[in-house]
Ligand binder design. Structure first.
Ligand code: SF4
Length: 414
């Protein structure tokens, strides 16, 4: 209990309020009551929450936490993964990227043997997620890449990823692919080995494609095309992870509109299994080196608003390695997932950010009155034959207990 108080004190300290003395305004009360009763808040209400006074923010956080508790109980989840950067060549040039390099600066792609070795190593160390992250469609921009890929027997990066997902599954670890834009046929092929997949929306605003903005010169970052891929995934009943990137030059309206676009996707198709609220972190050498990262207060507000927009059922995550000092505070803003950690590989997208130590994460979660449970890349509520191909499902159910989590054992980092 002591840590709950101490941690809540941290939240109040960060918000610069001493206690909950003044009570919420009438309008805020009405919105919070509406959300607590299970109704969806609308755009105006979400935007009202953006502008509440600092000393009202704790009330927003309390409601978000109540909703999480009501939908998810006192369980926080994480997954144990192996990060596979199949290729770091990419046809885009996002202003915040440190992942991409040019041909000649490193290998064009990982070899099949390297992928299988990583899958084996991960499976041996108890990882259940083979997380494929790649640059987008380098074959359309770089002839040298295309030729090398063809020599290996593949026409596209998607074809290669599909083959590597199948190879990984044979090693008893579940591929979860972040391909980028995908066709209907590609998605169906991925579904034969991937129990779930992902694509961050990042932001719904086409403004960010304009000159000087984060997504200028990025054909794969057109929001409509990203939504289209996710709609196709919905038609194919593929459990899907998405989310938004915060602090890349977007306005608060654009953040809220991005959440609402994903909420509509979720309502229309029912396949959105997880929503990630990912904060941009500046790094030396990138185009956006001088952009300020979003403040903790803004992130707390946004996470809590996300919980109110999506309601009690959504799995809501902030990446702990991008918030190493503050991630416990987000438990008070309604998250129920602490993302992936890896005993094998670094986070290639944020190489400066080490994974949290599992033992420390478990102690912290327990001190806050929660239980930490390991999940597969696919969430328990999507483990059924509507969402997972028969052969993959047979393997999945062998890995989980009756509640859909990896059976409990003592948490270790290796
Ligand atoms: S799409 Fe990904 S890899 Fe490509 S430039 Fe953008 S952030 Fe980097």
């Amino acid at each position: 209990m002591a840590l709950i108080d101490k941690d809540w004190e941290n939240v109040l300290g960060t918000l610069e309020c001493e206690s909950l003395l003044n009570g919420p305004s009438k309008r805020l009360s009405a919105i919070l009551n509406k959300a607590e009763s299970g109704e969806v808040i609308d755009r105006d209400e979400a935007l009202y929450l953006v502008n509440i006074e600092k000393d009202e923010i704790p009330y927003l956080l309390l409601t978000a936490s109540k909703l999480r508790d009501s939908g998810k109980g006192k369980i926080l989840t994480y997954s144990k993964n192996v990060f596979v950067p199949l290729t770091q060549i990419c046809r885009n040039r996002c202003g915040y990227c440190t992942f991409k390099y040019e041909p000649g600066e490193g290998a064009l792609f990982m070899s099949p043997d390297e992928v299988v070795d990583l899958a084996k190593k991960g499976a041996e160390l108890g990882c259940t997620e083979l997380l494929f992250v790649t640059g987008d469609k380098p074959e359309l921009k770089y002839p040298v890449y295309k030729e090398a890929l063809q020599k290996l027997g593949y026409e596209t990066t998607a074809d290669y990823l599909i083959a590597m997902g199948e190879a990984g599954l044979k090693e008893n670890i579940f591929p979860h692919t972040n391909l980028g834009l995908a066709t209907s046929e590609e998605l169906l092929a991925f579904k034969q080995s991937n129990p779930s997949m992902g694509l961050m929306l990042e932001n719904i605003s086409p403004r960010l494609l304009k000159k000087g903005q984060a997504h200028h010169g990025c054909p794969d970052k057109v929001p409509k095309l990203r939504m289209n891929t996710m709609e196709l995934a919905g038609e194919h009943r593929i459990p899907w992870t998405s989310g938004i990137l915060v602090g890349i030059g977007e306005t608060w309206e654009e953040r809220i509109d991005s959440l609402l676009a994903l909420k509509k996707l979720s309502d229309d198709y029912g396949h959105l299994q997880e929503l990630i609220i990912q904060n941009f972190s500046p790094k030396p050498g990138i185009m956006m080196e001088k952009y300020p990262p979003p403040s903790v207060v803004d992130m707390l507000k946004l996470v809590a608003i996300s919980r109110l927009v999506f309601g009690e059922g959504m799995n809501l995550q902030i990446p702990p390695n991008l918030n190493p000092e503050t991630y416990p505070m987000f438990i008070h803003a309604g998250i129920n997932d602490l993302g992936g950690v890896s005993p094998v590989t670094i986070d290639y997208v944020n190489p400066e950010a080490p994974w949290p130590k599992l033992e420390i994460m478990q102690d912290m979660v327990e001190d806050l009155g929660f239980t930490l449970r390991e999940r597969l890349p696919v969430y328990p509520e999507f483990i059924d034959n509507e969402f997972i191909e028969k052969d993959v499902l047979t393997r999945v159910v062998n890995f989980v207990d009756k509640d859909g989590y990896v059976p409990l054992e003592e948490v270790t980092n290796g």
